[in-house]
Write a protein that binds this ligand. Structure first.
Ligand code: NDP
Ligand SMILES: O=C1O[C@H](COP(=O)(O)O)[C@@H](O)[C@H](O)[C@H]1O
Length: 495
């Protein structure tokens, strides 16, 4: 990792006329610029097929920054952007790109550092990587980094093929596979909460933790991504990457230091310890769902199959819940429940760690009710941590009631925490690979979800099976009920 106060680089965005560039990449680069995380020594080259001029590119970049951004600073920012149209499958066009990069490199004093950001469909990743190598566009004087967007493959086999293609042109340590959950402030905080607090770390094992629940619910439906999503589904879209990454951070052993390699090696051990579920037993561990129509917040909502013509009769899952077992010394017997889905009651990502209850609570009014201690890590939209304890009800009663100790991240810092992409782009510029997925993580997580998907591909589901605006199918509740647990509410008002 370089110790650069204001890293210098040429950022080449393949897919600069697309949605991701507009919604995430340009605004993130702007915030790095505005916050002084990067100085004037950078330039961005945007690539797409559209025959845009530099001026039109500038207008689009400026518009992507929102209405509040205008004036001299916005103009100074967009002046660093250059549009260079070509079809990425046309090998001859890369020569011209090379000339442009060399010219900009001296103009912007970027010391030969180059980021190639592939914000395009994955079928182009291999072609682009090969052409960059073939036409000597990898830097000779500085560093070169290849940033790859998801999805990284469709299953283990296709991910491996893709990996073979890109690693024939770039070394593993030059490849930055984005998982934007790893850039979220509270996901990064998991490690700190665990390893910087004795009261948690000493209890963080199967003697004191009854179960862990990770929910990432979305109120939005498939929106305009039907083409992508219908081939993907919730398991590939969310479980293979974001959900399993959160499981590894919650379950890993303390690293010996904070080097990316050490942290990664602990995460990989967890992925290797995930219980291999026999295909015939998948239904005991995983539940899939697809939303049907319903009303939410007064709006009449369509079911998934009515969202677009090509989705009629689709059997793609828009919801997954699962019980993940980690068969190692620390976690033997502790279920990690995950659930994620579209068109659920609300947008929320939250982790609930349920501690083992005491054998007898003399202060519990209703003995049949359990009131275990909970540690809740709020990832979004609220950011913070809440610890649920039991304390005496005020007044003459000697019964206990749950109370909560809450820390709200935003309120304390009184500024918005950096957006995930902003953080990850900066990490890439300083060469910090901690928050990117290594091939070993990607391959192990594909192998894990492939078993589930294989099993499901052999049986037609009875879809739709949950109403838009609900919290998913009933079977997902049964997963926990069978173990004597229930999902703790994720209602944002709760915290
Ligand atoms: N959008 C999002 O929120 C997210 C997207 N992603 C991933 O990011 C990547 C990009 O997604 P998104 O921006 O939504 O996609 P879009 O369809 O909006 O954009 C695709 C881009 O690729 C360019 N392109 C396509 N074919 C060629 C070609 N042959 N030569 C040169 N340029 C080409 C298009 O430019 P033109 O049309 O001008 O040729 C456009 O800029 C995908 O891998 C997606 O899965 C990941 C997470 C979230
Ligand atoms: O990667 C993805 O994530 C988003 C959810 O991200 P969040 O930061 O809003 O929680 C999801 O909507 C999308 O389908 C998926 O591709």
């Amino acid at each position: 990792m370089e110790n650069q106060e204001k890293p210098k680089a040429l950022i080449v965005i393949f897919g600069a006329t697309g949605d991701l560039a507009k919604r995430k990449l340009f605004p993130s680069i702007y915030r790095l610029y505005q916050n002084g995380k990067i100085g004037e020594d950078f330039a961005v080259v945007g690539i797409g097929r559209r025959s845009w001029s530099n001026e039109l590119f500038h207008t689009n970049v400026r518009n992507s920054l929102g209405d509040d951004v205008s004036g001299k600073e916005a103009e100074a920012f967009v002046s660093h952007f250059y549009y260079h149209p070509f079809d990425v499958s046309d090998s001859s066009s890369y020569e011209n790109l090379g000339t442009l990069l060399n010219n900009l490199e001296s103009e912007y004093r970027t010391e030969g550092n180059r980021i190639f950001y592939l914000a395009m469909a994955p079928q182009f990743f291999g072609t682009i990587a090969n052409n960059l190598k073939k036409h000597n566009l990898k830097s000779e004087t500085g560093w070169s980094r290849l940033v790859i967007e998801k999805p990284f493959g469709h299953d283990f086999e296709s991910a491996k093929q893709l990996n073979d293609q890109i690693t024939s042109a770039f070394d593993e340590n030059q490849i930055y596979r984005i998982d934007h959950y790893l850039g979220k402030e509270m996901v990064k905080n998991i490690e700190v909460i665990r390893f910087a607090n004795g009261i948690f770390e000493h209890l963080w094992n199967n003697r004191f933790i009854a179960n862990v629940q990770i929910t990432s619910s979305e109120s939005l439906g498939v929106e305009d991504r039907a083409n992508y999503y219908d081939l993907s589904g919730a398991t590939r879209d969310m479980v293979q990457n974001h959900m399993l990454q959160m499981v590894t951070l919650l379950a890993m052993e303390p690293p010996i230091n904070l080097n990316p390699e050490e942290i990664r090696s602990e995460k990989i051990k967890i992925l290797r310890a995930l219980r291999t579920i026999d295909e015939k037993n998948i239904d005991d561990y995983f539940v899939r769902g697809q939303y049907g129509p319903d009303k939410m917040h007064g709006r009449k909502l369509r079911g998934y199959q009515e969202e677009a013509e090509e989705l009629q009769n689709s059997d793609t899952e828009t919801y997954v819940a699962g019980k993940i077992m980690i068969d190692n010394y620390r976690w033997a017997g502790v279920p990690f429940y995950i659930r994620t889905g579209k068109r659920l009651a609300e947008k929320c990502t939250k982790i609930v760690v349920e501690f083992e209850d005491i054998p007898l609570n003399l202060y519990q009014e209703e003995q049949s009710e359990k009131s275990p201690n909970l540690l809740v890590i709020n990832i979004q939209p609220n950011e913070g941590v809440t610890l649920y304890l039991n304390a005496k009800k005020p007044g003459v009663s000697s019964y206990s009631e749950p109370i909560k100790l809450s820390y709200t991240h935003e309120a304390v810092n009184s500024v918005n925490t950096p957006e995930a992409y902003e953080k990850l782009l900066h990490d890439c510029m300083i060469g910090d690979t901690t928050n990117f997925s290594h091939w070993d993580e990607v391959s192990l997580s594909w192998k894990f979800v492939d078993r589930i998907l294989n099993r499901w591909s052999k049986e037609e589901p009875d879809f739709p099976n949950y109403a838009a605006g609900s919290m998913g199918p009933e079977e997902a509740d049964n997963l926990l009920k069978n173990d004597g647990f229930h999902w703790w509410p994720v209602n944002n008002e709760e915290e």
